[in-house]
Design a protein around this ligand. Structure first.
Ligand SMILES: Cc1ncc(C[n+]2csc(CCOP(=O)(O)OP(=O)(O)O)c2C)c(N)n1
Ligand SMILES: [Mg+2]
Length: 1046
């Protein structure tokens, strides 16, 4: 009402009052929105003779020029401006010939302005001022019209949380009066409301602006800093008659709306007490998405990756993706799963469908990415998956593959990951060339009103940062919704930039179907109860227009009901659900014909190592012209020397892994903050010309003529966004090594949601594999509480291997463990082992995420080097590196067996050797911590029967690997289960189903007590490391004393 009143006020005067009254009447009429073609303007424009060429902008230009220098303009202009300033007479301005597009002589409008002043008569200040004022009004509507658009189907809220009418939208603000309403004004080139007419009466100008900008579409676009793009939008909104759907199109909208509503009501009837997060109140989402998809396929898109929250998800799967209804209905039946995994609730599952789009007759692939409860967390995953699909198809401009992201209003405004994802949208190695965002803006988040859940006017304001146009639209006006959907799809196809459709709607039920909304939003829900569903309104509208008959409406409804009933019958025949039916990223052909427990070798021939090493250590081929930094030159030289000595340091080991995979046709992508150089300046995968801006050379892209592409890219400063993106990227192609590196390991916790919700549990929930690698710099090196710990303990705590279960020992022990676990956690101490573990990611017949604690000081440690001998054919990743020194020569004499992992090994070794204890103390490095190398640990312990066994770590006792390894050492030492008995029920029941058996008691008094594992390391602490260097050194000394104490 408020807005209607405002418009009423805006259009005062006899004609204005009529329009205002009409608008009010419309609001109270039987059908709120059944307006005749909104943008079909009927008032004829003034038919002025367009003889002389002058325009307001020209006059303005002249005037500005004259102000700066009176002699710079023609004498007649000089005279005119002089006189008009002084209030004197006027001489006709110079003739300029024929007017351009949209131009008309002001003088030609004079008769209607001043009652019969003839051509060539003086143009008063008022004429010019008024024309400028009209320009300003038009611009104000374009900028601010959305503030008073009627966006809320309930007519109670203001979508921008502000009920005020901007004064610039009141013509009185420009000193116009009712008497000015019939004056004709020339239209500036920045508007299209005139169509073919170059000038219109003020009343008609205002009317057209109102209809364009203040009815059911409110558009924000004037902040976009491209005139071309602003004009593009203006044209698609303002052109008279642009939004006139044909009857055919109307019937299609109605049919789609019928299905959307029918689906929810069917579920509501059959499973009234089941949560499904129905779409009631925003059923228009389904026709809207279909419209975006139809239009995009017309532009050539063949594959769409979608991400969406709970609301309406089942409906989208059923009616947008056309997932078989029977599969959806089986989810309600409470059946057991026929395949592995722990599954997820039905409104989180993903899907992948390939089907014919009947409207465009083109094949289309649709994927809805599975997501957790965590709202918006799937956004970067969708973008990464989309980007990967574009990359592997060679779709460099995003013409074939695109993403659609759906959002709730509260989540879109509240979740920071939305902003972080938006900021990837235009980065060269992360862009998906435009995403269509659709917000289901039901003006509530669970029980919270918008005024309590955001501080920005609209829930969509975050999108302004990337210059995305934002279309707010009243969801009860299906034709306006379809219009903005068309514009959005076309925008994306034209400019390859993000765009937002804000469907302002309501939520007919509570947050879910069993929730009572009247507790918290009584007035809103009273109104909702009285509001007719959109389908009913639109049916009535189309029947009234004669576009459909009541029988046809019923027929469409009944037909869909029958389809649902038949699908339910089919669903009832099912005895099991299959998680695989819900896979969002199938890898066709990847698993077929493969032995699931056989990995390929990871060693490579020496020639390959030499070739990669040399290329990696060489300056650009055009070295004479390409000036590289002296420091880099030294690094390359040192690398070359190492290669000549058949040695590798950390950077070389990594490069050998990448290079050898590239040679084998495996795409490698390394992404993260400052990864190109490497945070610790050790990597240098991009060499920069010192004198030419942006001239770079990437040695690993230039290894072999037929190698796979290598992508190394510095990312935006977002862990959540970028890690999610890379995870999404890794889901598309199993034959790629996708790596995310944290600047320091501790920053991974700002991406905790991706780690918890997707990486550690994705396969169990959604049968979705990923071979993503996370490189997390980790070590206590006296740098303070930050930058020391990647929180190894957390990754280990989430590892799903059973601490009490010693798997059967066989040749397949290692690979079976990898197959059965949720992820791999490692802390390597040699470049060779890094080389092998990276290559193993691809050599495995399945994919698991790999979390590596990576070094800092070891990057340059003279001992942390590997010979080519450890990387050649026949070599492999060592899960445990045992001591091969003096202790191994006489194992019975060894008094202490230390197990450790990571950098502390070098400290322990040095301390031991310095103290002359290398015969007494043996040190074994656990390189793969999880899955735990039970077999190797057992063997190593057995080798030193007289040694006391300790786990030594530099982390505090409640951190690091201790709490993970302790029970597993016990199992390794006691073999607490019958190691030759395969576990009943397979791996899944070992994780979720069967209880571990109790630990065996010693069988007799003569049987020795099991050996124990002691702890050497820092005491427990709240913080990962001390901030004092002196304290740090003290702690290290104490640790080493304990470790070498016999
Ligand atoms: C990150 C996160 N925080 C909290 C929740 C709990 N939660 C579930 S739905 C919801 C409200 C969402 O509101 P909105 O985004 O507007 O979507 P709607 O349910 O209204 O469609 C909340 C707070 C969640 N799922 N995820
Ligand atoms: Mg909401």
């Amino acid at each position: 009402m408020h807005r209607a009143r405002t418009i009423f006020k805006t259009l005062t005067g006899p004609q204005g009052q009529k329009l205002g009254a009409w608008l009010l009447a419309r609001k109270n009429g039987p059908s709120v929105l059944c307006v005749a073609p909104l943008r079909e303007y009927t008032t004829p424009a003034a038919s002025e003779p367009f003889l002389n060429g002058s325009s307001t902008s020209y006059v303005e230009d002249m005037y500005n020029a004259w102000l700066a220098d009176p002699s710079s303009v023609h004498a007649s202009w000089d005279s005119y401006f002089r006189n008009s300033q002084g209030g004197g007479g006027y001489q006709a301005p110079p003739s300029l010939g024929l007017p351009g597009r949209n131009e008309v002589a002001i003088s030609s409008l004079l008769p209607s302005l001043s009652g019969g002043v003839s051509l060539g008569a003086p143009v008063s200040d008022k004429v010019i001022d008024d024309h400028l004022a009209v320009q300003a009004i038009i611009r104000s509507y374009q900028i601010r019209g959305h503030h008073i658009a009627k966006l809320d189907p309930l007519e109670i809220n203001s979508a921008d949380l502000d009920d005020k009418t901007p004064p610039e939208l009141l013509y009185s603000h420009y000193n116009f009066e009712e008497t000015d309403m019939d004056r004709t004004f020339k239209l500036p080139s920045t508007t299209f409301i005139g169509g073919k007419d170059k000038a219109l009466p003020l009343r008609e100008i205002l009317r057209r602006l109102e209809l364009t900008y203040c009815r059911h579409i409110g558009v924000e676009f004037m902040f976009i800093n491209s005139l071309e793009q602003c004009n593009w939008i203006r044209q698609r909104l303002e052109t008279p008659g642009i939004m006139n759907p044909t009857n055919e199109q109307k019937r299609l909208i109605l049919a789609r709306l019928t299905r959307a509503a029918g689906f929810e009501s069917f579920l509501a009837r059959k499973w009234s007490s089941e949560k499904r997060f129905g779409l009631e109140g925003c059923e228009i989402l389904i026709p809207a998405m279909k419209q975006v998809i139809d239009r995009s396929t017309e532009f050539g898109v063949e594959s769409i990756v979608m991400g969406m929250p709970h609301r309406g998800r089942l409906n989208v799967l059923a009616n947008v993706c056309r997932k078989p209804l029977s599969q959806i209905f089986t989810q309600f039946a409470g059946l057991e799963a026929a395949d592995d995994g722990s599954g997820d609730v039905k409104y989180h599952l993903g899907t992948y469908i390939e089907r014919l789009n009947r409207v465009t007759n083109k094949n289309i692939r649709l994927a809805v990415v599975a997501n957790p409860s965590h709202l918006e967390a799937a956004d970067p995953i969708v973008q990464g998956k989309t980007r990967a699909e574009q990359f592997y198809r060679g779709d460099g401009e995003g013409k074939k593959v695109m993403s659609i992201l759906l959002h709730g209003d509260a989540a879109f405004a509240g979740q920071g990951i939305v902003y972080e994802t938006m900021h990837l949208s235009d980065l060269p190695d992360y862009t998906t060339h435009g995403t269509v965002h659709i917000v289901v803006n039901n003006q509530i988040g669970f029980t919270t009103d918008p005024r309590h859940s955001r501080s920005s006017p609209y829930c969509t304001d975050v999108a302004r940062v990337v210059n995305a146009p934002i279309f707010h639209v009243n969801s009860d006006d299906p034709e306006s919704v379809m219009h903005v959907c068309n514009i959005a799809a076309e925008w994306r196809a034209t400019f390859h930039k993000d765009v937002v459709i804000d469907l302002v709607c309501y939520r007919r039920n509570g947050h879910n179907e069993i929730d009572e909304p009247m507790f918290t939003q009584p007035l809103m829900y009273r109104k909702i109860k009285k509001t007719k569903p959109a389908l009913e309104k639109y049916s009535e509208q189309l029947i009234a227009e004669g576009a459909v008959t009541p029988e046809e409406v019923k027929d469409v409804k009944d037909k869909y009901e029958k389809i649902c009933e038949e699908a339910l019958e089919k669903a009832r025949e099912e005895t099991h659900i299959k998680y695989k039916d819900w896979l969002d990223s199938p890898w066709s052909g990847f698993f077929e014909g493969k032995d699931p427990l056989k990995a390929s070798p990871t060693g490579v021939i020496e020639d390959t190592l030499v070739h990669i090493g040399k290329r990696f250590s060489s300056p650009p081929p055009n070295a004479a012209e390409f000036v590289i930094h002296k420091g880099v030159e030294r690094i390359l030289k040192a690398r070359m020397e190492m290669v000549e000595n058949r040695m590798t340091d950390w950077a070389l080991g990594e490069a050998m892994a990448f290079g050898s995979l590239l040679k084998e046709g495996i795409h490698v992508r390394l992404s993260g903050q400052d990864v190109e150089r490497g945070t610790f300046s050790h990597r240098h995968h991009v060499l920069h010309h010192q004198n030419v801006d942006k001239a770079t050379y990437r040695p690993l892209c230039n290894l072999y003529p037929d190698q796979a592409p290598y992508t190394v890219c510095n990312s935006s400063l977002s862990e959540f966004g970028v890690l999610g993106f890379e995870l999404g990227f890794s889901m598309t192609n199993p034959n790629a090594l996708v790596i995310w590196e944290a600047q320091f390991g501790d920053f991974n916790n700002t991406a905790q949601c991706i780690i918890d919700q997707f990486i550690s549990s994705g396969q169990a929930k959604w049968v979705r594999q990923s071979g993503l690698v996370m490189l997390l710099p980790h070590a206590l090196e006296g740098m303070g509480p930050e930058h020391s710990s990647a929180r190894l303990e957390r990754f280990l705590q989430m590892s799903s291997d059973d601490p009490d279960y010693f798997p059967p020992e066989s040749d397949e022990f290692a690979v079976r463990q990898l197959h059965d676990i949720n992820w791999i956690v490692a802390n390597c101490t040699t470049p060779a082992n890094l080389f092998h573990i990276l290559r193993r990611q691809i050599a495995l017949p399945f994919r698991k995420p790999l979390i590596i604690m990576t070094p800092k000081s070891l990057l340059r440690h003279p001992e942390a080097r590997s010979s080519f001998d450890d990387m050649k054919e026949g070599t492999e990743f060592k899960r445990v590196i045992v001591d091969a020194g003096e202790s191994a020569a006489n194992p019975d004499g060894v008094k202490k067996l230390l197990f450790c992992s990571g950098k502390v090994y070098y400290d322990l070794k040095k301390a031991r050797d310095e103290r002359g204890l290398s015969k007494d103390i043996s040190i074994a490095r656990v390189e793969q911590i999880s899955p735990f190398p039970y077999d190797l640990v057992k063997a190593e312990c057995a080798k030193y029967p007289n040694a006391k066994i300790f786990w030594a770590q530099e982390e505090h006792k409640n951190q690091g690997a201790w709490t993970y390894v302790q029970p597993r050492f016990y199992t390794a030492l006691t073999g607490s289960r019958d190691v030759n008995q395969p576990q009943k029920g397979g791996w899944f029941s070992s994780l979720f189903g069967s209880k571990p058996e109790p630990k065996p008691e010693p069988k007799s008094e003569t049987e020795p007590e099991p050996r124990e594992i002691g702890y050497i390391g820092r005491p427990t602490a709240a913080s990962p490391a001390t901030g004092s260097k002196a304290q740090h050194l003290k702690e290290v000394a104490s640790l080493l004393d304990d470790a070498t104490h016999l």
